[in-house]
Every structure is written in structure tokens, then in C-alpha cells.
Write a protein that binds this ligand. Structure first.
Ligand code: NAP
Length: 310
């Protein structure tokens, strides 16, 4: 039977995704009916973005799965009407974009680029930066994105510690877990990268006590989710000079309101949730592969653990 695939991620995304999805479904050998509007009771798969008009899944009585276009699922994972499998996006274009953002911002701080870019003032400042081997990096979250970023930073020569919920072994990284692991990861982070999902366990993970564990002058890069950090505690740590800088891509409220103190803070860089995005061509392949798998009664890729929340 031809599966019916509802594209429930909004009109703007439909214009971007329709052609790549049709091509990917063709390549996967799936003859599907793909449309942005279908009778709910006839839908087999729902391609989804959390800001979709679809918030009640009850009418989708025969749907097999929701296929999220985003990596983060915090806005859908707790939906009480959702009782079918939820797959999230792991897309190598998205991963590559995140690796580039994290590496670029880590190198900015490591090399002290601002000193020379912001001060073209005739003063000769001959302080050479240390080598990467003398700058410790910790990456909280060793999933699709965190592990890829950690590997790239290790490849550049940074000593990299990673922290995750379950214990891991990854070549070239020191991998830690648990509360003691977190403490060690923070204490040894000249540069700290946050690539955790937002869950009840990770919300406000970086509170005042944990920020105080970071070495003086530490730099935070947060492309994960805004609520991972207690904003007031972060501002206080920056104001008293304990932290060197925070480069933030994600916020509790997005867009970040113009009056928010992060905008004007001399030790904060705001980027507008652009660290990385799902790339239609590569993401369409992932969606099509999951529909192919669903039709072949094979396990879906990248399923969300609803209890863990990611
Ligand atoms: P992922 O593959 O699900 O990895 C999540 C990682 O976090 C895993 O290593 C997991 O541990 C760890 N983790 C989760 N809860 C934890 C806890 N309580 N304590 C310790 N570690 C915990 O996710 P991903 O694809 O790498 O994406 C990470 C996040 O990046 C997304 O959730 C999203 O919020 C964010 N993101 C941002 C952008 C952007 O443009 N700014 C773009 C895409 C994604 P285990 O390995 O043990 O499961």
C-alpha cells in the first residue's frame, strides 16, 4: 500500500523540503503520497517540526511514527497525545554545521582573535597564543553533535574531556559520566561546550555552584539549549570576572529580547540560534530512510527515549 506522509512542519518549510523529500523518497524506492494536508485518519507518517499547527495527535489513528525535522525534541517529547514512536533528526549536514560553529568559536577564544580584530589601534601586542595542547576543552553531551565536535577539537590537538549520561569510550577523548565526572569536566574546562538536550535533568545544570567549578577565565560555548544555564548565575560569574566569555547561540526566550542584558554585555557574544540547522537535502534522506524502514517493518533510526526525554 502507498503510505501517506503528512508534512506538518509549516508552509515555509514545505516550500524548502518538498522537492528534496520527493527525490529522497524516490531514491529510497518508496512510492508515498506526500502532502502538507491530509485527512488525519489516513496519515501513516508525520514529518514534524515542534512549532507545527499539529499539537494534538489523537486524530492520527493509523500513524506509525512522527519524524522530527529537528535534533531537539523538548517541545514534543512530553506531548500527552503522542503514543507512537518519535524519531529525531540526526543529519550529517546538521552535524557538520555544528562542528564548524563550535570549532570556529573555540578557535576564536583560543587564539585570542578579538585582541587583534577589535584593537587595530597602533599598539603592537606580541603575545602569541598557547598551543591547543595547552588549552583544555570539556564537551558536555557526547551524542551525535557533541561527539563529533569533541573529536574535531581533539584532532586539532586540544585535550578534550567529554561527559555523558551513560559511560562511553571514544578514541582520543577522556570520557566521564556521573556527578563526579561532571565536577572533573568542569574543573578542567578552559573552554566548555554545552551540547546536551534540554530535559528535566539538564535544566539549569550550570548553576552558580557548578559555574564556580570552572577555572578562572574559562569560556563557555552554548549551542545546546538556553535553559541549560542559569542566566543570572552566568551574568554574575561574568561580572565578577570569574569567567572570560560566554558565546551563546540558544536562549530561554527566542528571539532574545532586545533589552536582555546578554546583548550589551562585553563578555557575551550572542548568535541567533544559527549554530547549525537541519539541511534539507541530507535530512530528507534520513526521513525517507525511516519511512522505508517503517514500511519494511524494520526498526526506525534515531528513536527518542520518551522516558529519558531525548
Ligand atoms: P543526542 O545525540 O541525543 O546526544 C545527547 C547527549 O547528551 C548524549 O551524549 C547524552 O548522554 C547526553 N545527556 C543527556 N542527558 C544527560 C544527562 N542528564 N547527563 C549527562 N549527559 C546527558 O543529541 P545531539 O544530536 O548531539 O544534540 C544535542 C542538542 O543540541 C540537541 O538536543 C539540541 O538541543 C541542540 N542543538 C542545537 C542546535 C543549534 O543550532 N543551536 C542544532 C541542533 C541541535 P548518552 O550518550 O549517555 O545518552
Amino acid at each position: 500500500m502507498t503510505p501517506n506522509v503528512l508534512f506538518a512542519a509549516g508552509d515555509a518549510q514545505w516550500r524548502v523540503y518538498e522537492a528534496p523529500l520527493r527525490r529522497a523518497l524516490d531514491r529510497a524506492g518508496v512510492a508515498a503520497t506526500l502532502a502538507p494536508d491530509l485527512p488525519p485518519a489516513e496519515v501513516d507518517y508525520i514529518v514534524y517540526a515542534p512549532d507545527s499547527a499539529v499539537q494534538d495527535f489523537t486524530p492520527f489513528t493509523r500513524a506509525h511514527a512522527v519524524l522530527n525535522l529537528w535534533a531537539g525534541v523538548e517541545k514534543i517529547v512530553g506531548n500527552p497525545t503522542l503514543h507512537i514512536p518519535l524519531a529525531r533528526m540526526v543529519d550529517h549536514g546538521l552535524t557538520q554545521g555544528m562542528v564548524e560553529w563550535v570549532t570556529g568559536h573555540a578557535l576564536r577564544h583560543h587564539l585570542g582573535m578579538d585582541t587583534h580584530i577589535l584593537h587595530q589601534d597602533g599598539v603592537w601586542r606580541p603575545d602569541a597564543p598557547p598551543l591547543a595542547s595547552d588549552r583544555r576543552v570539556s564537551v558536555l553531551g557526547l551524542g551525535a553533535l557533541g561527539a563529533a565536535c569533541a573529536r574535531m577539537l581533539a584532532h586539532l590537538g586540544f585535550p578534550v574531556t567529554g561527559w555523558s549520561r551513560s559511560p562511553k569510550q571514544i578514541d582520543g577523548l577522556r570520557c566521564l559520566s556521573g556527578e563526579d565526572g561532571l565536577r572533573a569536566a568542569l574543573q578542567e574546562a578552559d573552554i566548555l561546550v554545552l551540547l546536551l538536550p534540554l530535559t528535566p535533568e539538564t535544566e539549569n545544570l550550570l548553576n552558580a555552584d557548578r559555574l564556580a567549578l570552572l577555572p578562572p577565565g574559562a569560556v563557555i560555548l552554548n549551542p545546546g539549549r538556553g535553559p541549560l544555564i542559569d542566566d543570572d548565575a552566568l551574568l554574575a560569574a561574568l561580572d565578577r570576572g570569574h569567567l572570560g566569555h560566554a558565546t551563546l547561540d540558544v536562549f530561554r526566550t527566542e528571539p532574545l529580547p532586545p533589552e536582555h542584558p546578554f546583548w550589551a554585555h562585553p563578555r557575551v557574544t550572542v548568535t541567533p540560534h544559527i549554530a547549525s540547522e537541519t539541511r534539507p537535502e541530507t535530512a530528507a534522506e534520513v526521513i525517507a530512510e525511516n519511512i522505508r524502514r517503517g514500511e519494511a517493518c524494520q526498526p526506525l533510526l534515531h528513536l527518542v527515549d520518551r522516558d529519558a526525554g531525548y
